[in-house]
Ligand binder design. Structure first.
Ligand code: A3P
Length: 335
């Protein structure tokens, strides 16, 4: 597994971290494996297809991360609106600190303001980097809820998760576009049909998609103060209401004075697809080795229902059917 770029050699780490690294290195070859849609291998870990690097991140979290009661985790299955939710939550909790005309979101992509948990937990080879982030820490993850340790998920810990999901047909289309862009040019292009079959079988980054959503949905039902469960389509339709809901959930509701100053409206405007995708920093199309993704890759159409332009009626029907089967008897539906 890749090591050198991101952290010092394993021998220089404390014994506890060395043990986690060793456990991970020993575990990976024993897990079912498949090729990722763009690069690298995916391993089936506790029922989910995850890269080796992120599995190690999850193990570091499990063994060493010290959660704080003020931690906020933006959680998503990829392509469900991570970028948008990162921006919204960042601007909600920091609304008193910045002027909207000169806001950090005008100069940095949301992923630079809300770090990716299972990635930065490797930084420096230990949790020291995450430990050093001042409270309230705002982190982002694609890890399924079941992979978080109980010290983060039980009701005695106050850290909170804000989750967003989306119609699986739009998720698939968005993921296919993203993967096609990122896929190394020397590999054959990703066929929509083959990739569709993989998605249906649950074989995609952090898939199966349905299991990911269901894990957070169940948690939101069992622990509504811990997990807020949002739907991309609802945020599109009612952005003001959703922003107020997130603020209340995080314990920082908007005051009458803030309402008078139209702070909610300003947040919604700043974080809208039109505004975000037009910031110069998000137009950057620069890839480099450590992050082969560029800021512009996170903005495509930002619409509900774009699947009609890509999926045949049969494909749509198949996905809807799988969704229905997966959700049968769960008490949850996507509508
Ligand atoms: P599309 O590919 O359907 O356009 P993620 O951030 O989880 O990677 O998800 C990316 C998807 O969210 C893309 O969907 C992207 O265009 C959309 N998106 C990004 N920023 C958004 C915003 N501010 N509002 C709505 N959608 C947004």
């Amino acid at each position: 597994m890749e090591t050198s770029k991101y952290f010092p050699s394993v021998e220089t780490l404390d014994e506890g971290y060395q043990k986690t690294f060793k456990n991970c290195d020993e575990l990976l070859p024993t897990l079912p494996q498949t090729k990722g849609w763009w690069f690298g291998q995916l391993f089936q870990y506790h029922g989910f297809w995850i890269s080796g690097f992120c599995i190690r991140g999850s193990m570091l979290n499990h063994d060493h991360f010290k959660p704080r009661s003020t931690d906020i985790v933006v959680a998503t299955s990829p392509k469900c609106g991570t970028t948008w939710l990162r921006a919204l939550v960042f601007s909600i909790i920091n609304r008193a600190s910045f002027d909207f005309s000169d806001h950090p979101l005008r100069k940095a992509n949301p992923q630079d303001l809300v770090p990716f948990f299972e990635k930065i937990i490797h930084k420096d080879g230990s949790t020291s980097f995450v430990d050093g982030i001042p409270s309230p820490r705002l982190l982002s993850t694609h890890l399924p809820y079941s992979l978080f340790p109980t010290r983060m998920t039980d009701d005695t810990s106050a850290c909170r998760f804000v989750y967003i999901y989306r119609d699986p047909k739009d998720v698939f289309v968005s993921k296919w576009h993203f993967a096609s862009k990122l896929r190394p040019k020397e590999l054959p292009p990703l066929s929509l049909e083959e990739t569709f079959d993989l998605f249906c079988k649950g074989v995609s980054h952090y898939g199966p998609f349905w299991d990911h959503v269901l894990g957070y949905w169940k948690a939101s039902v069992e622990s509504p103060k811990k997990v807020l469960f949002l739907k991309y389509e609802d945020v599109k339709k009612e952005p003001l209401g959703c922003v107020r809901k997130v603020a209340e959930f995080l314990g920082v509701p908007f005051t009458p004075e803030e309402e008078n100053k139209e702070i909610v409206e300003q947040i919604v405007k700043l974080c809208s697809f039109e505004s975000m995708s037009n910031q110069d920093v998000n137009k950057l199309d620069k890839r480099y080795q450590q992050r082969p993704v560029s800021n512009s890759d996170f903005f495509r159409k930002g619409e509900v229902g774009d699947w009609v332009n890509h999926l045949s009626p049969q494909m749509a029907e198949k996905l809807d059917q799988i969704t229905e089967e997966k959700l049968q008897d769960t008490g949850f539906n996507f509508h």
